[in-house]
Design a protein around this ligand. Structure first.
Ligand code: 26Q
Length: 807
């Protein structure tokens, strides 16, 4: 039955009265936002039930996506848009004097992620739902998310990110579905009823209980559930004995310790307690999720035997890699499986994606920590490793060095990546280049042992969210030109190429960009009291702050442009604004210095009106999904300048392309495939290739030679020493050119010349709006292959062996 505006008004009024004792006439906007969200949640719940019933009836296989992060962004607009109900809700609410767009702004971004890995997980949930694949995500319910970034005196301060006040409306607590997760203590093996049983003694029992958040996708029948685990002390936890003795502190301690687990995402692991907390988070996620998956399977199918046919589990990066020993534990200890049969099941069910080749991100945990915190898991890990190495020895007899490299244990550490590869049925990288690199480097030995295990699935983005919702003006233009078929099939964007010579279409494209820029300039004025000239070229770099991503290279270029303008303030240049958005990990000192540098440069430019009119720098505070949704449609240049070989894929590069920005970038990650898609002429590629980087690395990278040999570099580095807005950045100057062989490991200076040259080409093209807009249009036209819908179809076919459910 069609929903009517009156029904919506009644439903909202009902929620207001029931939950807030308020009436439409006197409710405050925050109450209305929550009431509307609860109504939408009800609609999703109904839709989910229908889909799940059908999926179950068909005995459909389901994928479970385990991930420490899900950067889902705001829910209200996304769900209304996906359900096709935005217009109707707008009308219904307007009739009661409420502005839907204003309600959208009340919702805080759920802070459940950090960067690309988490956003990818969210884009994938969208594509799974939109294409009727049965799926469920699992993560933790972080009370304070990653952190909220505040800039004070140019420096990053981390504050708790309180998202639950508005976010809670979207989650349904399921107190009835708790699972026990055990830590520490001792494991005893006892013979009982003719078989080996495992007993746990003196362990700490926690209880994980779900909060369900429903995720929709446009046009599909499916609604996926993202299950967020909360953690509390197990039921017997509130210790009456302590309480009776008057030891109230001890009685509360266990509860407090349990709650610590879900306070924040990625707590610092610089100290031992931090490491313990992280591994506990990972294990809680894995253990609760697997118990949940097995229990539901038993409920629907009545037998564990069909588990591998009905279940694909995705281990997203190594953080949930303990899924391997935990699944073994459940099958061995709870279901009485033999080792061989349990291992057969495990290696048919688990799949693993690698998202980085950075050595410091390849997780290792001290073996002693695992042994004391997770004694049974440790025993199983040892056995997995022994059996694996034995098999490996038969393949490559006598190769001791290889054994050592492939072992899960080494140097007193547990290597999570080796574990993940050993246990997974499929292992994939996230772009063509990255998938090649992992086969040749970090996983070379494993690839030689089982080449068929490895494949590539290039990342993709939720194009409906990043185009149709985030850029409604462009969405309207495109739909007017080629119809709205691209909403379901992003490949149809190709039809836009036919308009590459159409002056009026190109002019509309430019006009839309200008209007989006104006909106964004208004936004930063409101939010940060920063004046941004919408007529300037918006040139954007948004991503986690990391040396390998080379925000610093971008800054060096800006300093060079600044010094030129200081020499000649009347130079006739195209005004340009460089925009950065980035959070630095709280303990990453160098990254924080780069943020300080960007802000100092911005402040120094702000002191000179004439220069600010031509060259501006904005550091956008607290970069997150909803800020990306405003900034990407307003950007004309996309900076993707990582040192080649280091960025696994990148996904903002795809979002910019979809919104008609031109890319300046290295041949890294998915940039390589973007160049293939548009052709060399429509993307600004520069710098060392991944191979070139390796060669230079082998020869030795002498940064100081660039300093002595290049006057422009010398000037920039010296300017860093003098500093900006009264602060010296001699430390960064030193980092760049320190007179050692390998100073800056990301070789900014080696790519600087090529970067400047590419920038100058870009600058020249921008002076010809017709040619620029044509390239922008062709970029949009070729961006369809980077839709998450395509990635998910590839995962379904090549990784999970999953079929869509027909309703
Ligand atoms: C490392 C050590 C110990 C504990 C945690 C970690 C850790 C945490 C987060 C390691 C890595 C991450 C996040 C990685 C990430 O976001 N990678 C990005 O994934 C995107 C989706 O595939 C890619 O597009 C990006 O290129 C990649 O950087």
């Amino acid at each position: 039955m069609e929903l009517t505006a009156q029904q919506i008004r009644d439903a909202v009024a009902g929620k207001l009265s029931r939950y807030y004792g308020a009436e439409v006439g006197n409710a405050v906007p925050a109450q209305v936002y929550k009431a509307v969200s609860l109504c939408v949640r009800d609609l999703l719940m109904a839709k989910k039930q229908i889909f799940n019933a059908a999926a179950r009836k068909q005995g459909a296989k389901r994928v479970y996506y385990l991930c420490m992060e899900f950067l889902i962004g705001r829910n209200l607009r996304n769900n209304l848009s996906n359900l096709g109900l935005e217009k109707l809700f707008k009308k219904a609410l307007a009739a009661d004097g409420f502005d839907l767009a204003e309600l959208y702004e009340i919702e805080a971004d759920p802070g459940l992620g950090n960067g690309g890995l988490g956003r990818l997980a969210a884009c994938f949930m969208d594509a799974l739902a939109a294409q009727n694949y049965p799926a469920m995500g699992f993560t933790l319910r972080y009370e304070y998310g990653l952190f909220k970034q505040k800039i004070v005196d140019g420096r990053q301060i981390e504050l708790p990110d309180e998202w639950l006040d508005s976010g809670e409306a979207w989650t349904v607590p399921r107190n009835d579905r708790a699972f026990t997760v055990r830590f520490g203590g001792e494991v005893r093996e006892v013979w009982e009823e003719g078989r080996l049983k495992i007993r746990y003694e003196n362990c700490t029992a926690l209880e994980a209980f779900p909060y369900d958040l429903m995720l929709s996708g446009e046009g599909g029948d499916a609604v996926s559930v993202l299950r967020l685990w909360g953690v509390r002390a197990a039921a017997q936890g509130f210790d009456m004995a302590y309480f009776s003795h008057g030891d109230y502190a001890a009685a509360l301690l266990r509860e407090t310790e349990a709650q610590l687990l879900t306070k924040v995402l990625y707590p610092s692991d610089e100290h031992e307690v931090g490491k313990t907390l992280r591994i506990s988070q990972q294990y809680a996620l894995v253990s609760a999720s697997l118990q949940n998956i097995l229990k539901e399977h038993m409920l629907y199918y009545g037998s564990i035997e069909t588990l591998p046919d009905k279940t694909a589990i995705h281990v997203n990066d190594t953080h949930p890699a303990l899924a391997a020993p935990e699944l073994m534990r459940l099958l061995l200890d709870e279901h009485g499986f033999s080792w061989e049969k349990a291992w057969d099941f495990t290696t048919r069910i688990l799949h693993y994606t690698n998202h980085t080749v950075m050595a410091e991100a390849l997780e290792q945990w001290g073996e002693e920590l695992i042994k004391s915190r997770l004694p049974r898991v440790h025993m199983i890990l040892r056995e997995i490793n022994n059996r694996f190495l034995k098999e490996e020895w038969e393949r490559f007899p006598g190769d001791l060095a290889r054994q050592e490299r492939m072992s899960i244990f080494g140097g007193g550490q547990v290597r999570m990546a080796n574990l993940a590869v050993i246990a997974a049925r499929r292992v994939n990288g996230v772009s063509a280049l990255h998938s090649d690199i992992i086969k040749q480097s970090v996983f070379r030995d494993f690839y030689e042992m089982s080449p068929d295990k490895f494949l590539n699935v290039t990342n993709g983005i939720a194009h409906r969210r990043w185009l149709c919702q985030a850029n409604p003006r462009l969405d309207k233009l495109i739909a007017g030109l080629i119809g709205d078929g691209y909403r379901r099939d992003a490949g149809e964007l190709k039809k836009l190429a036919a308009f590459k010579g159409d002056k009026s279409v190109l002019a509309s494209l430019a006009d839309i960009k200008l209007r989006n820029k104006t909106d964004f300039a208004d936004f930063v004025k409101r939010e940060q009291n920063f004046t941004l000239n919408p007529e300037a070229r918006f040139d954007t770099q948004i991503k986690r702050l990391h040396e390998y991503k080379r925000q610093l290279l971008n800054v060096l270029k800006i300093i060079s442009l600044y010094l030129d303008l200081r020499d000649d303030p009347d130079a006739d240049v195209t005004p340009q604004a460089f925009i950065f958005g980035a959070k630095a990990a709280a303990s990453y000192a160098h990254a924080k210095r780069v943020i300080a540098l960007i802000n100092a440069l911005s402040a120094q430019i702000g002191q000179n009106k004439k220069i600010k009119g031509k060259l501006d720098v904005l550091f956008l505070e607290n970069y997150n999904v909803s800020r990306a949704e405003r900034l990407i449609p307003a950007s004309e240049v996309s900076q993707q300048i990582s040192l080649a070989g280091k960025e696994a894929s990148g996904t903002s590069n795809m979002k910019f392309m979809l919104n008609g920005a031109l890319t300046i970038g290295t041949l890294d990650g998915a940039n390589v495939e973007m160049r293939e898609a548009v052709g060399e002429g429509d993307i600004f590629i520069f710098g060392l290739t991944a191979r070139g980087v390796e060669d230079l690395w082998r020869q030795g990278y002498y940064a100081s030679a660039y300093y002595t040999g290049n006057a422009r570099i010398r000037r920039i580095v010296d300017a860093l020493k003098t500093g900006f807005a009264g602060e010296s950045f001699a430390d960064i100057a030193n980092y760049l050119v320190a007179n050692q062989i390998f100073s800056d490991p990301y070789m900014c200076l080696a790519d600087f010349g090529a970067y400047m040259a590419a920038h100058e080409k870009l600058d020249a093209l921008y002076k010809k709006p017709g040619a620029w807009n044509k390239k922008a249009l062709l970029n949009i036209a070729e961006s369809g292959r980077f839709a998450a819908d395509r990635s998910i179809r590839e995962y379904a076919e090549k990784v999970w062996d999953l079929k869509p459910v027909k309703i």
